[in-house]
Structures are given as structure tokens and as C-alpha cells.
Design a protein around this ligand. Structure first.
Ligand code: TLP
Length: 340
């Protein structure tokens, strides 16, 4: 099977497996796991924040962030197709008791005017705006990169209104590679950030939540409340450290594979690439096939290729280090036979 469903499907490298085996461990709830401490220190340094917290998943990192920033009854501004709104089971409402205020972005980017207009005035009828969330790269916008100018403008508005900002940076390193900047050049525009180690970077588990020291202390308590206080977690932090320090530069190869895939699809009359491919995600519309995305994905599976339905007629392909250039060529020729 050629698995293009997500960059979450990558298997840990040999180095990662060895690092797990050899990791020095301790009880992380007591703050005594040296490998976790090392990962958190390194992550904070790379992300340009005072402190970092190792969490079990991207979803947990985002939820801990919302819980730590907000009070129940607050409103949170976020993009209408952001992962936090679209794919986290309404957890911000269920756990933090906050109300989402969605803004329809353009390719994942919210206009600064829309963000500012959505901030609530001081009024007895209204909720208080507790947080503004961004996502970079933006998953449902097809791995679209949110530009630094937009992030800076939103940061300026947020600061003026004394509202914190949180970045869902599940694929932050993809954004940094595409923009050719350091990740800290992006994270300087947000109060806190969540970064996934288990997407294109290949770690088997885990994410990082980073921010200032006081925020991370509070976040540590929320992580514990959610059952995310782990014991000898160095076993899973060790591959995370490799993900963070030696798997980021190579993301450029994943982006190349995605653009080859998109170029291959571009000549097909039977389907249409709908996103401008900037990173590792390609979204196609299959409506000309008179099939639902579900049916298309099922047929593709019979041919040995896995992709995910991304809407009634949309299908997502995601590249990562476990797919080879031959896999990409095979995917193009197989789909060519299916649709033309
Ligand atoms: N995204 C997954 C699915 O949940 C859709 C995927 O295959 O792309 N933020 C963003 C932007 C994400 O894309 C994801 C995962 C998460 C957060 C959640 O991370 P995990 O799966 O570690 O909870």
C-alpha cells in the first residue's frame, strides 16, 4: 500500500527506535525524566519561548492551551476550517466551556480586519474574547502557509486589545521550510504554540506546547487534569528529540513530492487540483467522476493507494518521508488510468 492519507502515518526511524531503547528515564510527574526535560528545553529554545511542555498529541496541546488561556464563558476567535474548530470534537466547548467565533479565511488566512471586528466590546450582554487562534500551515486549506505580515498584523491587534494568541503549529516546520525562515521567526508573533512531533517529523507520539514560564506551569496542571501526566515518558520523548533536531530540514523533500503529484494531476481532465500546493498536501476535486470522495477513495484503495475523503467531492493526499519518488510516480499513473 502507498499510504498518502496523512503525514501521521510515518514509522519511527531506526535512530528513533534506538534512542527510545537507550533513553534515560525517570518519573515525569515528579519532573524527574531527564530525556523529557531535555526535549522540553530544546523545544523552548528552538521555538523561541521561555518554556515548553511535552504533551501526548496535537489535540491535547491545543486543548491544554485553550484551557490555560481562557475562562469558561469566554469566546475564542478562530478560522472556520481550523483543526481546533473542525476536527477536535467540539472539545473547546466541551472542556473549556468557551464559545467559538469563526472567521472564514482565504486559504486559511483570516483578514486582520475580520479578526479585529470580531473582538467583543466591554458590554454586559457579550462574552469576553479570551483567545485568538491561528493555524500554520493550515491543514484544510491544503497545507497553506499563513504569511508573516498577516501574523504580525493579528499580533498587533491582539496586543492592543490585551488578548493572547495561540498558534496550532501542527505543521509549523513545514511553514518555516516553505517561508525559508526559522520557526522562531513565526512563533514570535504568538503568545503560545503547539507543534506536532508525530506528523512529517516522524516521531511515534507527542507534541510540544510552548509559551512563557507562568503559562507552562499552569498548562502542566491542565495536562495532569486531562490524564496527560506520564511517568517514564523519556521512552517517547527520545524519538521526539530526534524529530525536532534532525528531521526538519528534510521536509523540503516532502514538499517537492507534493508538487510533483500536483503537476502530475494537473493534466488530467477527470479531476482537478483545488489547492495551491505550497507544502506537503494536495487536494483534488473528483466531482467530474460522478463519484463521492468516499467512493473514489475506496476504488483507489483497490489499486493499492490510500488517501482520505476531505469533503463530499474532495480527496486529500499528503506526502511524507515513508513515500518514495517511485510511489509518487505510481500514484500518478494509477490515477491517470482511473480518471481519464
Ligand atoms: N490532523 C490529522 C487529522 O486530525 C485531520 C491529519 O491527518 O491531518 N492540528 C492540525 C493542524 C492537525 O492537522 C492535526 C492532526 C492536529 C492539530 C491534531 O494532532 P493529533 O492527531 O496529534 O491530535
Amino acid at each position: 500500500m502507498i499510504d498518502l492519507r496523512s503525514d501521521t502515518v510515518t514509522k519511527p526511524t531506526e535512530d528513533m527506535r534506538r534512542a527510545s531503547y537507550e533513553a534515560e528515564v525517570g518519573d515525569d510527574v515528579y519532573g524527574e525524566d531527564p530525556t523529557v526535560l531535555k526535549l522540553e528545553e530544546k523545544a523552548a529554545e528552538i521555538l523561541g519561548k521561555e518554556a515548553a511542555l511535552f504533551v501526548t498529541s496535537g489535540t491535547q496541546g491545543n486543548q491544554v492551551a485553550v484551557l490555560t488561556h481562557c475562562q469558561s464563558g469566554n469566546e475564542v476567535i478562530l478560522e472556520a476550517e481550523s483543526h481546533l474548530f473542525y476536527y477536535e470534537g467540539a472539545a473547546i466547548s466541551a472542556f473549556a466551556g468557551v464559545q467559538p467565533r469563526t472567521i472564514i479565511g482565504k486559504r486559511g488566512t483570516m483578514s486582520v480586519e475580520d479578526v479585529e471586528a470580531a473582538i467583543r466590546p466591554d458590554d454586559v450582554h457579550m462574552p469576553e474574547t479570551g483567545l485568538i487562534c491561528l493555524e500554520n500551515t493550515h491543514n484544510r486549506a491544503g497545507g497553506a502557509v499563513v504569511g508573516l505580515d498577516n501574523m504580525k498584523a493579528i499580533a498587533d491587534v491582539a496586543n492592543r486589545h490585551h488578548i493572547p494568541t495561540h498558534l496550532d503549529g501542527a505543521r509549523l516546520f513545514n511553514a518555516a521550510v516553505a517561508l525559508q525562515v526559522r520557526v522562531s521567526d513565526i512563533t514570535k508573533y504568538v503568545t503560545t504554540v503547539q507543534v506536532c512531533l508525530s506528523k512529517g517529523l516522524g516521531a511515534p507520539v507527542g507534541s510540544i506546547l510552548a509559551g512563557d514560564k507562568t503559562f507552562i506551569e499552569k498548562a502542566r496542571k491542565w495536562r495532569k487534569r486531562l490524564g496527560g501526566g506520564l511517568r517514564q515518558a523519556g521512552i517517547i520523548a527520545a524519538p521526539g528529540l530526534i524529530a525536532l533536531t534532525s528531521m526538519t530540514e528534510r521536509l523540503v523533500e516532502d514538499h517537492k513530492k507534493a508538487s510533483i503529484l500536483a503537476e502530475g494531476f494537473a493534466n488530467f481532465s477527470g479531476l482537478e487540483v483545488v489547492n495551491n500546493v505550497e507544502t506537503n498536501i494536495v487536494i483534488v476535486d473528483v466531482k467530474k467522476q460522478n463519484k463521492t470522495s468516499q467512493q473514489f477513495v475506496e476504488e483507489l484503495k483497490q489499486q493499492g493507494i490510500l488517501a482520505v475523503p476531505f469533503g463530499p467531492s474532495l480527496v486529500r493526499f499528503t506526502t511524507h518521508y515513508d513515500v518514495t519518488n517511485e510511489d509518487i510516480d505510481k500514484t500518478i499513473s494509477t490515477i491517470h488510468k482511473m480518471v481519464n
